[in-house]
Design a binder for this molecule. Structure first.
Ligand SMILES: *Cc1c(COP(=O)(O)O)cnc(C)c1O
Length: 389
């Protein structure tokens, strides 16, 4: 008999009743060190007092009114995002995949309104992940995500990851946009080198193509910059954001330049919940915290510490681990053992990691993780590896 919860997940037999900073606690009191952060969502850890205060205060005042009216918290968060990024304008969603939907619509409408309605093709790359909506799965294009769900939304061109010749060959009069994650998350923590992002930007400029960056996983301080593309010194035309921006409250956004967004006039898009007072009240606190240079400097310092310790872990367990890759506190351990075995051995040592493609385990701790917790994390990962050796 089918379970009352639609069985689309193979869940671990863990169930948490409380979160405190970098820790998740089960009913029996077992404390797990959380290097998953709800898949890069709990950027400030669990139950951060400032987030709890912002949410509680808003919950006592007003939950929802809809976008038929002004929403001051939404205005405040949009102003912060515009102040700290390339963007001139922001639309709020409840998730990453909804941000993908709008990014696709916005890019096509841009060309349509500029008199080039034939420019509909969006180039994406192998191993990418853009969510589970119709546009999201068509964008990623992998058999795993699309099989049985056709007919798929058309107009996506899928290219091998990092193949410059294939990319230049794929660009033609119908090309609308290039959509890419600066660091692939689900694809196994595969960073796009800065030179590639710069090259993509140049190519887009030459051909009047819009650059859509999916920073749903790698954004909001995760790589040690507010947004990952800042490392390459470039800016996109459109950017998808979610996960960390809500710190655990469902919140997403599409950021865009004025030119890219020029087609999105009144009535062209909408969302009942998107940008509601609860999510935006929390998002403002996340932005105020994560956009501070001192906070980002700490992320970078701790990322260096963790990475150095992981190099030691790999050297000590060459039969289990192969290498570490990634950026900031978005790290992937490429495994020699089966990645799911490593994740499960971690559970036995009360540490949480997240599997990804390419036999990688992801380490996406809260950005607030302490030095002492980094020490504990590596001790527990080492114990998990010992159990597998
Ligand atoms: C998680 C993710 C999404 C989808 O976000 P949801 O909130 O799950 O819809 C899209 N793109 C990337 C890069 C992601 O990591």
């Amino acid at each position: 008999m089918i379970s009352s919860v639609l069985p689309t997940y193979a869940r671990a037999p863990l169930s948490f009743v409380k979160g405190e900073g970098s820790w998740l606690i089960e009913a029996d009191g077992r404390r797990f060190l959380d290097l998953g952060a709800g898949i890069a969502v709990n950027a400030l850890g669990h139950a951060h007092p400032d987030l709890v205060a912002a949410l509680s205060e808003q919950a006592g005042a007003l939950w929802h009114t809809s976008n038929l009216y002004e929403i001051p918290q939404q205005q405040a968060l949009a102003d912060r995002l515009v102040e700290h990024t390339f963007a001139d304008t922001v639309f709020f969603t409840n998730s990453g995949t909804e941000a993908c939907e709008l990014a696709v619509k916005m890019a096509r409408k841009h060309h349509y309104d500029k008199g080039a309605p034939e420019r509909v093709e969006i180039i994406t790359f192998d191993g990418s992940f853009h969510g589970r909506s119709a546009a999201g799965i068509a964008a990623a294009g992998s058999e795993k995500m699309t099989k049985g769900f056709g007919p798929l939304l058309g107009g996506f061109v899928h290219l091998p990851f990092g193949d410059h010749d294939a990319l230049t060959a794929a660009i033609n009069d119908k090309t609308c946009a290039i959509m890419v994650e600066p660091v692939q998350g689900e694809g196994g923590i595969r960073p796009l080198p800065d030179a590639c992002l710069k090259g993509l930007r140049d190519l887009c400029d030459q051909h009047g193509i819009l650059m859509i960056l999916d920073e749903v996983q790698c954004g909001v301080g995760r790589t040690g910059k507010l947004f990952a593309h800042e490392w390459a010194g470039i800016g996109p035309d459109i950017m998808m954001v979610a996960k960390g921006i809500g710190g655990g409250f469902p919140l997403g956004a599409v950021l865009a330049t004025e030119d890219a967004a020029s087609g999105m006039t009144a009535g062209t898009h909408g969302s009942t919940y998107g940008g509601n007072p609860l999510g935006c009240a929390v998002g403002c606190v996340v932005m105020d915290t994560v956009s501070s240079p001192a906070f980002l400097a700490e992320v970078n310092r701790k990322a260096g510490l963790l990475r150095q310790k992981l190099e030691g872990l790999i050297a000590g367990h060459p039969d289990v681990f192969e290498s570490v890759r990634g950026s900031g506190l978005m790290l992937g351990l490429k495994c020699k053992a089966t990645n799911m075995d490593v994740v499960n051995a971690g559970y036995a040592e009360e540490i949480i990691t997240v599997p990804a493609a390419d036999n990688v385990i992801r380490l996406l701790p809260p950005l607030t993780i302490t030095d002492a917790e980094i020490d504990t994390a590596v001790v527990r990962l080492s114990a998990a590896a010992d159990a597998l050796s």
